[in-house]
Design a protein around this ligand. Structure first.
Ligand code: SF4
Length: 372
């Protein structure tokens, strides 16, 4: 089971209610970005290239609660920026938990150890720790030596104190399949509940534009990594999304499934693109020209996208859309360790896990922008 039963039940009943109500477009996860400020400057990130006055600003708890209520999704992910830099983050999390939202607070965990006392373990709260691979790989990806060890210590502490802890990993061109698989083993050994994966999105603003994956190379990479799985690996995401990443299923993106609210309002059309903003969630759903987005639209910005914020909602929707979708989910959940000889050959031919996880370089140019 990718998530605890109570959470799976909440999401399942929510989706079924949407379907019974005949809603074609419904939100599944609110992507709540209370700030863009960060204490890292990863070269593949497209979220922190703002001027200092925006990086200094943040949403109030009331603005966060209003967004969650407007949207109505059962799950709230809090990316950023680094949420732990927000001075009222414990209040925001507590308020969302009180509203029975399943909260995934996405953090690089550099501050988690010192801030952990400000949070209370709950089935509604998960720390989703950004980990891009084993020690050398992670430190290179986030352009911060020692970052892996700090995050790992915080993960162990949070697990020991009874918090739900997951990891989120973004893969770029040059990812080493063997190293990623070894990283999965490591995370299971330290007791994380599950892992989340996604290919990176080719942000216009990211300093390194050469390390993003095309769709076919994404499928090849994920098939090599996820085939012939270690049975102890647990993934905290839709099993059909993993099948999609491996090229075993095809989905069209549903950008409304994970709507984004941040300092500028409701972002059109998705977490990745910025084609304007709406003042309300209702306006976002009604005024966005959804036909202009997704792979089938021919929009070049969508051509290589296979990112979870566009396609995981499609995967969850597919589970409840037909008996076939439900059966595919059962198979992907309980029979995911099947042999794939082609993938095994690709893995055997892969270089040993001794290089860099991503071939991106820190430009260092954003240091002064983020140190506000
Ligand atoms: S394909 Fe990707 S970039 Fe395009 S709308 Fe969907 S999620 Fe956004």
């Amino acid at each position: 089971m990718p998530v605890p039963v109570s959470q799976a039940w909440t999401v399942a009943t929510y989706v079924l209610k949407q379907k019974l109500a005949g809603r074609q477009r419904y939100p599944l996860v609110l992507m709540l970005e209370p700030l863009f400020r960060c204490n890292l400057a990863c070269a593949g990130c497209g979220k922190i290239q703002y001027p200092a006055h925006i990086l200094k600003d943040h949403l109030t708890p009331e603005e966060c609660f209003r967004a969650a209520e407007e949207c109505g999704a059962p799950t709230v992910a809090i990316p950023g920026g680094e949420p732990l830099l927000h001075p009222q983050m414990p209040e925001i999390v507590a308020g969302l938990v009180a509203r029975r939202k399943y909260v995934y607070m996405c953090t690089n965990a550099l501050l988690l150890k010192e801030k952990l006392d400000q949070f209370t373990p709950s089935k509604y709260l998960s720390f989703s720790v950004h980990m891009d691979g084993q020690r050398e790989h992670h430190d290179f990806a986030v352009c911060r030596e020692g970052g892996y060890d700090i995050a790992l210590e915080a993960i162990c502490l949070a697990v020991a104190r009874g918090f739900r802890v997951t990891t989120n990993t973004t893969l770029f061109a040059g990812a080493e399949a063997r190293g990623v698989r070894a990283f999965f083993d490591d995370m299971m050994d330290v007791g994380v509940e599950g892992m989340m994966l996604s290919p990176g999105y080719a942000y216009d603003k990211a300093p390194d534009q050469n390390s993003f994956l095309g769709r076919e190379s994404t499928r090849q990479l994920f098939r090599t990594i996820l085939s012939n799985r270690n049975p102890k690996w647990r993934f905290n995401m839709s099993p059909l999304f993993l099948e999609f990443l491996m090229g075993r299923l095809q989905f069209e993106c549903k950008p409304w499934g994970m709507p984004t609210y941040n300092l500028f309002g409701w972002q059109k059309p998705c977490y990745l693109l910025q084609d304007g903003y709406a003042d309300t969630f209702e306006e976002l759903m009604a005024a966005t020209e959804w036909r202009r987005y997704g792979h089938a639209s021919g929009n070049p910005k969508c051509a290589n996208c296979m990112v979870h914020s566009g396609f995981e909602a499609s995967s969850v929707d597919a589970t409840f859309d037909s008996l076939r979708g439900f059966w595919d989910t059962v198979k992907a959940t309980f029979r995911s360790t099947y042999r794939d000889e082609d993938a095994q050959r690709a893995l055997d031919a892969a270089p040993p896990a001794d290089g860099k996880l991503v071939q991106i370089q820190s430009t260092g140019q954003r240091e002064e922008e983020v140190n506000v």
